[in-house]
Design a protein around this ligand. Structure first.
Ligand code: ZN
Length: 296
């Protein structure tokens, strides 16, 4: 079995060229799953040489736009390039994901004029046939399963468990996910303040992706700390959960300034004894133990 993880987007709503919004790719042999679909997700996939048509499953942690604004683009591009030869996308997300999806792709949805043209006009039908499609052309409609704390999803060799984390309730339901396949585990912490539910979900995981939204001590207003985590929060959760590798993601510019980044890594290392990775877009993350390579 080959299992790998790629960071597609490690940023926040703050627009940065080098950090897209939250988005992560899991590859289990030939199968690919996407966790969150934030700004630049599709472009990052293309940079990795991966067509959206190769991905059949998407999990969303919550419906903040920096976690799912590329959702319609991903669905439409996948459908258009798939030319009727791939199944509709399976989406697992908290409510109201089904309503949101309907308002995008249903007959009276935001993309109805485009879809009406692309399925009915001869130009689009010609291109569709050139891509290998057979008329009549169906419209895209993701198969949405709304999930909540305690939900378990399994397909083939993998299983995903959800728990609720502490972010911007009650306005949005906010989830974290644990992906497991053949004894390996990757936990996507989502956006959260420190919470026991995430520590429990991440227990003994191989990899924990944890938000590092600020430097603890530098933005300690309770309106901030009630819904997001700083570097020490991530370290304490990783230590309490006994994970092997902590990946810092969802980072603001504050965290990555020269000198600050090094301080963050040092202080995280004082709390958490495992491996720490400072997340960057397009970085491939080892799920197996990391060994120091030989000098060549
Ligand atoms: Zn959020």
């Amino acid at each position: 079995m080959s299992l790998s993880l790629t960071l597609l987007g490690t940023g926040t709503p703050t627009p940065l060229v080098h950090r897209g919004g939250s988005s992560y790719l899991v590859r289990l042999d030939d199968e690919m799953l996407l966790f969150d679909c934030g700004p630049a997700c599709v472009r990052r996939l293309l940079r990795k040489g991966i067509s959206p048509t190769r991905i059949d499953t998407l999990f969303l942690t919550h419906l903040h736009y920096d976690h799912f604004v590329d959702y319609p683009y991903f669905v439409l591009l996948r459908w258009d390039q798939g030319a009727g030869r791939i199944p509709d996308l399976d989406v697992y997300a908290p409510a109201p994901a089904r309503k949101v999806t309907d308002r995008l792709f249903a007959d009276d949805g935001a993309f109805d004029p485009d879809l009406t043209a692309r399925t009915g006009h001869p130009v689009s039908q010609f291109i569709y046939e050139m891509r290998g499609g057979a008329l009549p052309r169906a419209r895209p409609m993701p198969r949405v399963t709304e999930v909540a704390a305690g939900s378990e999803v399994g397909k083939g060799r993998w299983r995903v468990t959800a728990t609720e984390v502490v972010h911007v309730q009650p306005q949005l339901i906010c989830l974290a996910y644990r992906f497991e396949a053949e004894g390996k585990s990757i936990v996507f912490g989502g956006d959260t303040a420190p919470t026991q539910s995430l520590t429990d979900l991440a227990r003994d995981a191989d990899v924990l992706l944890h938000m590092c939204h600020f430097v603890n001590g530098e933005a300690d207003d309770p309106r901030n700390t009630c819904g997001v985590s700083g570097h020490l929060d991530a370290a304490r959760t990783a230590a309490a959960a006994n994970v092997r590798t902590l990946v810092l993601v969802h980072m603001t510019e504050q965290v990555e300034q020269p000198g600050v980044k090094e301080r963050v890594l040092h202080e995280v290392g004082e709390v958490f004894p495992g491996q720490v990775i400072f997340g960057e877009d397009l970085l491939d993350i080892p799920v197996d133990p990391i060994e120091v390579p030989r000098i060549r």
